[in-house]
Design a protein. Sequence first.
Length: 221
Amino acid sequence: MILIPVKNLDSAKERLSPMLTPRERCELARVMLDDVLAVLAACAYRDVVTLVTGDPLAKEMAARYAFEVLEDPINPGETGAIANATMMCIRRGAEFTLVMPSDIPVITAAEVDRIFAAAPVEGAVLVPSGAGRGTNAAFRRPANLFPLQFGNDSFLPHLAAARATGRPVEVLRLSGIGLDVDEPEDLARLLSAPGDTRSQQLLRQWGVVARFAADAASRRV
């Protein structure tokens, strides 16, 4: 199953507060999720997409794409939510799990296809964040091959855990999946990335480039 953990959208992306208002942060989180879901809806694997969330708006968006929702009412954080979702997958007899975040708006269907094409019969595929510190996609077959512990520096621990299983591990560096949006500088990367996603359109509409210029000018004063 493809698992997409989604935190509460109305309090998302607080680290973007130097550039975006609370309302804008919520709207961007919603639109980035929509960009991700739209790509997955166009994939051959859309029948196995599940959102792990307790957020009402995220559940509405899942329904619009006819994706399943695994309720996450206690909101234990990404690591706890995915641990619970993995147990559910095992109970259902899922062959694999592919975990990806909701804030990778320039993901492409071709990149998702590359993950499945690279996936061993038993083993893992890992996609690091652009900076190489975080994990932006983790494919496991069997579905609980090793535990996932998310955070800013999760990639190397995940790589070590995957290798410790003795099964093959593939590492793919994918520019779309690798671009997650957590810090203000990620907004600049998103704006300069190829494509015209709804997230990119929204940032252009808000004049975020001008905000960066104004911020840089104020620092020089």
